[in-house]
Design a protein around this ligand. Structure first.
Ligand code: UDP
Length: 329
């Protein structure tokens, strides 16, 4: 039997977790996927089940986590990650970022594994500076609707650094900016699947506010490459990984209209509470320390992503049921 490195990936059935699982399988690791399937979908990883170097546990990491055998690495990517999800499942969001992280840090310590946590640009809140460097402490409303995610992720960073400094655990912290690509959920409420789904259904595109708020969208393969490099680096401080190509939501909607060829237009709906006005990563550190920067332009990445959404069964494109939120509560 080959002597493969063993890696636990939590949130393995989710958007990012499934792409990371693919990458580590490709690098010939033994991948142990874990997910409680509240927002994850087994279809994202069903092609891996036949492989001898993949196994899967349906488990909620907010409760005690046991994994038999050795572990070299842990990637903690289990978490709801869209504003609609935090509104629907706020307590689970808080628990997976706090209790889940604590459980996994304990597991990492017991196994002598290196642990990388998925943090987020949301730790910067509604930022007062643009672009956001890692040194910026953020502008977060702890009791607003996004507070359950933002504060869980801030706590996650704090406890991870504490395990690093107090226990000497090898830890890595990636701050992920808006990322897109195949396997995003069509109904997760995020702007890209929302706009593409609406265009495919022949509905108006719902722009929140006047669309002057900005985001910077990174294609998933670029993100995975950055995370892969960070994991294997010796850098324990938080690192931004994202694409600095900033765009307003209005321009983004216009791009989607053009790309899909829909005859629909943007309509304006109220801006959600605490919606960040601007977001763009400063990736100076990733460039200098990892030699990383995004390679895939938005026009290339959007084409691939649109093809993915078009390949879904027709009834799924027209399905707007959110019943999955009621599973496994
Ligand atoms: N947004 C929008 N229409 C939608 C969904 C989102 O205009 O149907 C806006 C949202 O207000 C925000 C931006 O798009 O300014 C990105 O939202 P998303 O939920 O994708 O992620 P966020 O970056 O806010 O976490």
């Amino acid at each position: 039997m080959p002597n493969r490195k063993r890696i636990l990936i939590t949130g393995a059935a989710g958007f990012l977790g499934s792409h990371l699982s693919d990458r580590f399988i490709k690098e010939d690791y033994h991948v142990i996927g874990m997910d409680n399937l509240i927002t994850g979908d087994l279809r994202n990883i069903e092609h891996l089940f036949k492989l001898e170097n993949f196994e899967f546990y349906n488990h909620d990491v907010s409760t005690f986590v046991h994994v038999p055998g050795d572990l070299d690495y842990i990637l903690h990517f289990a978490s709801p990650a869209s504003p609609i999800d935090y509104l629907k499942i706020p307590i689970q969001t808080l628990k997976v970022g706090s209790l889940g992280t604590h459980n996994l840090l304990g597991l990492a310590l017991a196994k002598g594994a290196r642990m990388l946590i998925a943090s987020t640009s949301e730790v910067y809140g509604d930022p007062n500076i643009n672009p956001q460097p890692e040194e910026y402490w953020g502008n977060v409303n702890p009791v607003g609707p996004r507070g359950v995610y933002d504060e869980a992720k801030r706590f996650q960073e704090a406890i991870t650094m504490a395990y690093h400094t107090f226990h000497g655990l090898e830890t890595r912290i990636v701050r992920i900016f808006n990322t897109y690509g195949p396997r995003m959920r069509l109904n997760d409420g995020r702007v890209l699947p929302a706009f593409i789904g609406q265009a495919l259904r022949g509905e108006s595109l719902t722009m929140f506010g006047d669309g002057s708020q900005t985001r910077s969208f990174c294609y998933v393969d670029d993100l995975v490459e950055g995370i892969y490099r960070l994991l294997h680096s010796d850098y324990a401080q938080p690192m931004n990984i994202g694409n600095p190509d900033e765009i307003t939501i209005k321009q983004f909607g216009e791009e989607i209209i053009k790309l899909t060829g829909t005859d629909q237009e943007l309509i304006s709906l109220p801006l959600p509470t605490d919606d960040p006005k601007q977001r763009r990563p400063d990736i100076t550190k990733a460039k200098a320390i990892l030699g990383w920067e995004p390679q895939i332009s938005r026009s290339e990445g959007l084409k691939i992503t649109l093809d993915y959404f078009k390949s879904l069964p027709e009834k799924e494109i027209h399905h707007k049921d959110f019943s999955y939120y009621n599973k496994n509560r």
